[in-house]
Design a protein around this ligand. Structure first.
Ligand code: DP6
Length: 333
């Protein structure tokens, strides 16, 4: 990399995504290769904006997250990720990132975070990666980030034990089907056990892990089919099934991983009651206590009303299908 190309900075924006068919488990930790494929929906309302500026005059990387200078593990994760942009010696970087939503509490901040970082760093370094290569790159920061490179419905492909370049592909873009996701924030606290640690513990100790991995191709095929046919209730059933299967699996780890709180359970019960009364709405939950409720636009007000009386919900965020990661600005400094 020559001197001139070190003087560029780039800003990228990426949306978070929610997995409908969950990724849980790795077949290679260092390369961050997933043990299973997954299917997600990119969400328009949860965004990360990240600027990267490579700077020869810096002696260490500098990372600011939501206005606060970061150190320790978050900084280390960013530095290691930037090392992937070059094969050899690289200039240090100034990275500024901000989320428009709560960070680290199971709202997929690492997905939008590493997708935005991949795009911004690639551009600031004058590299010319394809979307597929950007997805591979983002995956090395966080598995779910590979999916946030694309908009709408996205599938993360799982390779075999002889391949190591897993990436996501766009199935249908954000204009394909207006499915809403209502996010009920039950706490703003950061989760105590990261997805990575949770996955490792599950793989090592759960008696059900093998079955989880072997059943995933079947779930993925069914989900692809339901999206293709725009069969909302089928898609909802598959989404809930994958969610509860993942959490059941995590709970069967030793010691158990329980990501839910009391409000999480109350919301699940409210949505199930709503469904028994004829409203098609389905829940999904990631490695945290927030509940995401999937519904069609015609039902979204009913869902909001049903949740209205429940104290303990800190915030409700309504999302539509979001677009893939983009470069917002690029400048010579
Ligand atoms: C429960 O992508 O955060 O949200 O690859 O270790 O960074 P790492 O994990 P991450 O895991 C996401 C797990 C999940 C399900 C999903 O998004 O598919």
């Amino acid at each position: 990399m020559d001197k001139k190309s070190r003087q560029y900075s780039a800003t990228a924006v990426a949306c978070a995504n929610i997995a409908l068919i969950k990724y849980w488990g790795k077949r290679h930790r260092d390369k961050n290769l997933p043990a299973v494929g997954s299917i997600s929906l990119t969400l328009n309302a949860l965004k990360t904006e990240t600027s990267v500026r490579f700077d020869d005059t810096l002696s260490v990387d500098w990372f600011e997250m939501n206005g606060q200078v970061a150190a320790g593990r978050p900084l280390q994760r960013v530095s290691r990720f930037l090392d992937l942009i070059w094969n050899n010696d690289r200039p240090k970087a100034r990275v500024k990132s901000k989320n428009n939503f709560v960070t680290g509490a199971g709202l997929a901040s690492s997905a939008s975070g590493f997708a935005a970082l991949a795009l911004a760093a690639n551009r600031a370094a004058h590299k010319d990666r394809s979307r597929q290569e950007l997805s591979q790159l983002a995956r090395q920061g966080s598995g779910s980030a590979a999916r946030s490179i694309f908009g709408g419905f996205v599938e993360m492909k799982c390779g075999t034990h002889t391949t190591d370049n897993d990436y996501a592909v766009g199935l249908f873009d954000e204009n394909y089907w207006d499915v809403r996701m209502l996010i009920a924030v039950t706490t703003r606290e950061e989760k105590k056990i990261s997805s990575t640690d949770g996955m490792m513990r599950t793989a090592q100790t759960s008696p059900y892990y093998k079955q989880w991995v072997s059943r995933q191709p079947h779930d993925l095929a069914e989900m692809r089919d339901s999206i293709e046919r725009k069969d909302f209730s089928k898609m909802g059933e598959l989404t809930e099934h994958s969610c509860f299967k993942m959490h059941g699996l995590a709970m069967s780890a030793k010691p158990p991983l329980l990501y839910w709180n009391n409000i999480t359970v109350k919301i699940i019960n409210i949505i199930h009651r709503l469904r028994r009364n004829g409203t098609a709405a389905y829940v999904t939950i990631d490695a945290g206590p927030q509940v995401k409720i999937m519904a069609l636009p015609k039902s979204i007000d009913k869902v909001k009303q049903a949740l209205h009386s429940l104290s303990g919900i800190k915030e409700l965020i309504e999302c539509k299908p979001g677009s893939g990661a983009v470069i917002k600005s690029f400048e010579q400094v």
